[in-house]
Design a protein around this ligand. Structure first.
Ligand code: ADP
Ligand code: MG
Ligand code: MG
Length: 894
């Protein structure tokens, strides 16, 4: 018979940390903590298999579940000597959801379950604290009514506000037992009004109602959205944890809090956390009062006037700190923990691997490897290559002038500018429809805001701490966030915010610095990032592991310098046509295209030669002997032609021809399908003088730099869009002739290679023959994807979206390599090419060169290098190391 329910508490448990799939993260870790002898209130976990069963069987439970739950509940009663539903000394429980992957705030926890009109009196008597008992009961009615009965929060909040106003107090904690009793009467009649039936008094009805609500919430809209954004399958299901309550709301020796074994924002190895005295559950996160810091250090850092736990509850602090060390050593990773202190006694309610910023992730991984807690390989595996993107983005230029509007907490690092919007929905509209960048400004965020938070460049809240919803979610998304900027007043209805004597309306631009917590007016200029500290250290470790070389796609000296700075080992793709768009050059280029005769073309090309040579000189100098692959002219000629009347007139004057002639030439060159038209090596075949000029520029530059620096320069000349060996034979011949001519003139020779791009299916299939002439292959996976799928990237947007939604292609094949189809062609080409020429150098130079999953494929296909944009070089280095460790994601598109 299937075991549906797993007990924990009292120093032992039926589950373990590695049973997350079955027990959910929360349940598995509650079990693990129990086994470790850490104080955990006893309880039991209803497994995720029950959730799956429930949805597979028309929303009914397995037959034996009822009796299993009753048995497990009896164990809890026995451990604590209290009875569920007793009117003298009632056992109260929480009902908590918990999926395999942590889904913060996605599902609702119900606290204080088991209270009714009679048991609340028992609780008051045996706790000797009626205020606490009635406070707990009103909390329960409020939560249960909201989560299970679907009655909106505001109904209860209004009643509570009125009660506080009547008494002239501001804080919930200022209300006494008698006040709460009145609130409870009003709460219950509100439930009666809204539902037409009373608040349930039967504790078993309450329990099953709550369990059903947790399973039900697995399919609520915000859970579905979260799963979609994080690729979590709906089939995983959630577990339900039923756990004896401990109370942080029993007075001033009670509290509830959240803490991290290391600082989740900086990664520093310091205890970090917040707690709230005389409070319960989510009070800390909801920001109803300003929390206190756990450590004195933290208190000083936040300039808090409230005492730290380290000062005011020294015994509890010592115990919590010991648990911090124990859990971190046990899990060998930074933990995010939730706890409650009841009358001076500490109880742990949750531990999980803590979310962290990329900066913190790097610091923690490097520190832990140095501390000997993990190996360097584990450190490398722990960093998500894509997350490095955060650190490769610009930061605010410290020299740039700025106007500070407000300050809040540095909740998630990075700089972001954008137009202010005041709701998640507006954020999505501005981004998706108006194509603008936005900063989402909220009093505080809630799980309903996830979609809007996701599209925002930055998030700003006016309330809440470092562990508030906004802060936690923003850090997870890598989005800059400033939280709790209390000077800002948000007028949601008017879509305005007031701060520092200014009124900003929706659409006005602000800048956030999530690393300092500052908010600025307008867009503040940024500077390029540097790779230093832990980032640089991890990158050094990565380089000792990986076997794939990483090159960059670069043509300007600036890009080449950036690529070098980020550790590129050469240029894998220099697109020479990008060099022709400079205003001084485009004229000569146009003259060349317009020329009717070879002489005319040669005359124009002669004007381009010195420019082109200078470009290559600069690249070779920057790359200091590293390989530089130069692709000869690739795009269709009409891309260079003048289109406006003014441009046409200018070119006509320069070339000494009639503007009408240019218009006519424009028409002649028009192609109905340029992607498959007169481009690539087809230009080299029809106008040999173009490639001759480019080859000459390359060799003259190589000779020049080699001679000046004494360093070897080995240019790799690359012919695009080859489909037949004969094309390559003809062009290589011409290039070799040009090389010999230059070497003879200069009386100096350099080594060079001539190779080809593989970007047509025919080229991949004919690779065995082509390799007889080509010294290297570079897979141009952008074009290879277009030609393999027979679809143009620029036209694929509208239907690819539908294709993905309908599950035809799982991912955009232009972003992540289609390993099944395009990948097969790459494997064929690699195999056939190397059969002909064993040492054939193989690389990839499409967008895919910076995509971790595609890099993992390149490793398995035996490529020598990947080439990507300069800013993705560190991502590619890490992904290559993970691929070498066998850790890469190797799933394909189809
Ligand atoms: P989430 O998944 O949103 O973090 P939890 O199930 O962890 O939700 O519950 C939220 C908070 O409720 C916990 O951090 C804890 O403070 C409180 N809580 C949950 N169960 C108990 C309990 N048995 N006793 C006291 N407080 C509890
Ligand atoms: Mg929790
Ligand atoms: Mg191409």
């Amino acid at each position: 018979m299937t075991k549906w329910v797993y007990s924990f508490g009292g120093g032992r448990a039926e589950g373990r940390a590695d049973m997350k799939n079955l027990l959910g993260g929360k349940g598995a870790n509650l079990a693990e903590m129990s086994n470790l002898g850490i104080p955990v209130p006893p309880g039991f976990t209803i497994s995720t298999e029950v959730c799956t069963y429930y949805y597979d069987n028309g929303e009914v439970y397995p037959d034996t579940l009822k009796t299993d739950v009753i048995e497990a509940l009896a164990k809890v009663e026995e451990t604590l000597g209290r009875t569920f539903g007793s009117i003298d000394d009632p056992l109260l429980v929480s009902v908590r959801s918990g999926a395999r992957a942590s889904m913060p705030g996605m599902m609702d926890t119900i606290l204080n379950l088991g209270l009714n009109d009679l048991s609340v009196e028992g609780l008051a008597k045996c706790s000797n604290d009626p205020r606490f008992a009635y406070d707990s009961y009103r909390r329960f009615i409020q939560m249960y009514s909201n989560v299970v009965l679907g009655i909106d929060h505001h109904n209860f909040e209004e009643i509570l506000e009125e009660a506080k106003d009547d008494k002239g107090v501001h804080l919930d904690t200022d209300l006494a037992a008698e006040d709460w009793k009145k609130v409870i009467v009003r709460y219950k009649s509100k439930v009666q009004d809204v539902l037409g039936r009373p608040f349930p008094q039967d504790v078993h009805e309450q329990l099953w109602g709550a369990i059903g609500a947790v399973f039900g919430s697995w399919m609520n809209q915000r859970a579905i959205t979260y799963r979609r954004l994080h690729d979590i399958p709906g089939s995983w299901g959630t577990a339900v944890n039923v756990q004896a309550m401990v109370f942080g709301n029993m007075g001033d020796d009670c509290s509830t809090g959240v803490c991290f074994t290391r600082n989740p924002s900086t990664g520093d190895n310091e205890f970090y956390g917040e707690f709230l005295v005389n409070a319960q559950g989510e009070d800390v996160v909801a920001g109803i009062r300003t929390p206190q810091q756990i450590t004195i250090e933290g208190k000083d850092a936040q300039n808090s006037t409230l005492p730290a736990m380290e000062e005011c509850q020294q015994e509890v602090f010592k115990e919590l700190n010991a648990i911090r060390h124990k859990l971190e050593a046990h899990y060998r990773d930074m933990q995010d923990m939730e706890f409650t202190v009841q009358q001076g006694r500490l109880w742990m309610l949750q531990t999980r691997t803590g979310k962290r910023t990329t900066k913190a992730a790097l610091k923690i991984a490097v520190d832990m490897a140095r501390e000997g807690l993990i190996t360097r390989k584990e450190a490398i595996r722990r960093i998500d290559p894509a997350s490095l993107d955060q650190l490769l983005h610009p930061t605010l230029d410290p020299k740039a002038p700025r106007t500070v509007l407000a300050r809040g907490l540095p909740a998630s690092p990075g700089a972001a500018s954008g137009r202010v919007v005041f709701s998640a929905e507006d954020a999505e509209n501005w981004v998706n429809i108006r194509k603008e960048k936005v900063i989402l400004v909220r009093v505080e965020t809630s799980p309903e805001d996830i979609g809007g938070m996701h599209v925002s460049e930055g998030i700003l809240t006016t309330r809440g701490g470092m562990t508030s919803h906004a802060a936690v979610v923003a850090r997870g998304m890598g989005t800059p966030c400033v939280a709790g900027a209390g000077e800002i007043r948000v007028d949601h209805a008017a879509r305005q915010m007031k701060v520092a004597g200014q009124v900003l309306s929706e659409g006005d631009v602000i800048t956030l610095d999530g690393s300092t917590g500052e908010v600025f007016l307008g867009a503040v200029p940024t500077i390029q990032p540097e790779m230093t500290g832990d980032f640089a250290t991890l990158m050094e470790w990565v380089d000792t592991i990986r076997t794939l070389k990483i090159r960059a796609n670069a043509e300007t000296p600036q890009d080449a310098a950036t690529a070098r700075k980020f550790g590129a080992e050469g240029i894998g793709l220099c697109r020479t046509e990008h060099m022709f768009f400079d205003p001084r050059r485009i004229i000569a280029m146009r003259e060349m295209i317009l020329a009717e005769t070879e002489e005319g073309r040669r005359a124009a090309l002669a004007k381009l030669l010195p420019y082109q040579r200078q470009d290559f000189i600069e690249l070779f100098e920057i790359m200091r002997g590293l390989p530089v692959t130069i692709r000869l002219l690739d795009p269709p000629l009409h891309e260079f032609l003048p289109h406006t009347d003014a441009e046409i007139a200018e070119v006509a004057k320069e070339a000494g021809v009639d503007p009408a002639l240019i218009r006519a030439r424009n028409i002649t060159l028009h192609e109905s399908n340029p992607m498959l038209g007169h481009r690539g090596c087809r230009l080299g075949i029809t106008y040999p003088e173009i490639y001759e000029m480019q080859a000459r520029a390359i060799f003259e530059a190589a000779v020049h730099v080699s001679r000046e620096t004494g360093r070897s320069v080995v240019p790799e000349v690359m012919i695009p869009l080859v489909g037949a060996r004969k094309e390559l034979d003809l062009l290589k011949d011409a290039i070799d002739k040009e090389a010999q001519a230059v070497f003879a003139e200069q009386n100096y020779a350099v080594k060079y290679l001539v190779g080809t791009m593989i970007e047509l299916p025919r080229a991949a299939l004919m690779a065995g023959e082509i390799a007889e002439t080509a010294a290297f292959f570079s897979f141009g996976t952008n074009d290879l994807t277009q030609t393999t799928f027979g679809m143009s990237r620029d036209d694929s947007g509208p239907f690819l979206e539908v294709y993905r939604a309908r599950g035809i292609y799982e991912r955009d094949p232009f972003a992540s390599l289609d390993q099944a189809g395009v990948g097969e062609l790459i494997r064929i080409a690699a195999e056939r090419g190397r059969a002909t020429r064993p040492g054939l150098k193989l690389g990839i130079c499409g967008e895919h060169g910076g995509d971790p999953a595609s890099i993992s494929f390149c490793q398995s296909a035996g490529l020598d290098y990947v080439s990507c944009s300069p800013f993705r070089v560190p991502i590619a280095r890490l992904a290559a190391a993970q691929a070498a460790l066998g850790e890469g994601n190797s799933s394909g598109t189809a």
